[in-house]
Design a protein around this ligand. Structure first.
Ligand SMILES: NCCC[C@H](NC(=O)CCC(=O)O)C(=O)O
Ligand SMILES: NC(=O)OP(=O)(O)O
Length: 324
């Protein structure tokens, strides 16, 4: 693997899921693989899981780790090409990346959507600068339009829970529903887009449920069925992925939604004992109820744990390339 910014960087999805599950069984299988090499984990936005799971994964592979919480700890970065830097910004992103090239064998970066300019976000205005200027493999820790390490962890988690589905001995594919949930502010599309992209590579029946006005970018959802009625979509669901996002068409707007889309235990009764997923962090009793979060259908903490093995499988494949 030469880089990891989307599902298209994975040559064989089932194989990398299998590898991640082997790593989960024995996380210290490859403790020397990263010896003498350095990974830079650069965060332009907040993180709990991505930051810590990436550190554990890198540590398990013997990598040296540099973590930079750039928004808090580094110089104020300039992103615009040709900017006259006589204002608040101190260092251009191009120069920062060139310096990271001197210190790191792998650069991993988190750069969320700004949610101000649709064009900038759709074109990955920050990640593209890393792809352009980095001389080492680039890994996305969530960018404007995708969160591939999360989606891989989601695929691992679904795979682990297929035993439950198989036991039901029904003659159909597992039904996975990505359902929109309420939120108090405009949220990016990266997790939803990415989950949609990866689910199209899995052997599942995949549908998306969201209110009118909240359809995701067709470039990610392609021919996936989008249902504007949550109850209808949830019927017989085996996996329910809860996620908020703002409008894509009317970029970052929050059109009014009359029905209550918060996931509750009552709504789960319509499902096939559906397992509930969420990438976290979650706004309890806004996106889903406490009873769902703390209930027996939730596989949300398992999903968070699998972030380690998702990252480790990817770092390991990148190291294979560097060591070859
Ligand atoms: N990395 C996982 C999700 C990050 C982000 N959540 C947030 O921004 C939550 C913010 C809040 O709840 O105030 C999102 O949903 O795209
Ligand atoms: N799910 C996820 O990416 O969590 P963090 O934003 O805390 O890293």
């Amino acid at each position: 693997m030469k880089k990891f910014t989307s599902v298209s960087d994975v040559s064989n999805l089932q194989q990398i899921i299998k590898k991640a599950l082997e790593i989960k069984e024995n996380p210290l299988l490859e403790t020397d693989k990263g010896k003498g090499k350095t990974i830079g984990l650069v965060f332009l936005n907040s993180s709990l899981r991505t930051r810590l799971s990436s550190q554990i994964a890198a540590q398990n592979l013997g990598l040296n780790i540099l973590t930079l919480n750039a928004a808090q700890e580094a110089w104020n970065l300039e992103f615009a090409d040709g900017a006259v830097m006589n204002g608040d910004t101190v260092e251009h992103i191009k120069d920062a990346i060139e310096v990271l090239n001197q210190y790191c064998d792998i650069i991993a970066v988190r750069c969320f959507a700004g949610m101000k300019s649709k064009e900038d976000d759709v074109n990955e205005s920050i990640l593209s600068q890393f792809e352009q200027h980095a001389k080492v493999p680039v890994i996305s820790l969530e960018s404007a339009t995708r969160h591939p390490l999360q989606s891989l962890a989601d695929c691992i988690t679904i795979t682990e829970n297929l035993g439950h589905f198989d036991k039901l001995s029904v003659n159909r594919k597992p039904k996975v529903v990505l359902t929109w949930a309420p939120h108090i502010k405009p949220i990016a599309h990266a997790v939803g887009n990415s989950f949609a992209e990866w689910m199209q590579e899995m052997d599942v029946e995949f549908v998306i449920a969201n209110p009118e006005g909240y359809d995701l970018d067709k470039n990610f959802t392609k021919d996936v069925k989008v249902i504007h009625n949550q109850d209808e979509a949830l019927k017989d669901a085996d996996f329910i992925y809860v996620k908020n996002w703002s409008s894509f068409d009317d970029y970052a707007a929050m059109p009014e939604v009359k029905e209550n889309w918060m996931l509750t235990n009552e709504k789960l009764t319509n499902t096939n004992q559906g397992k509930v997923m969420h990438c976290l962090p979650v706004r309890r009793n806004v996106e889903l109820s406490d009873e769902v979060m703390d209930g027996e259908n939730s596989i949300i903490y398992q999903q968070a744990k699998n972030r380690i093995f998702s990252a480790q499988a990817v770092f390991s494949e990148i190291l294979d390339e560097l060591n070859s």
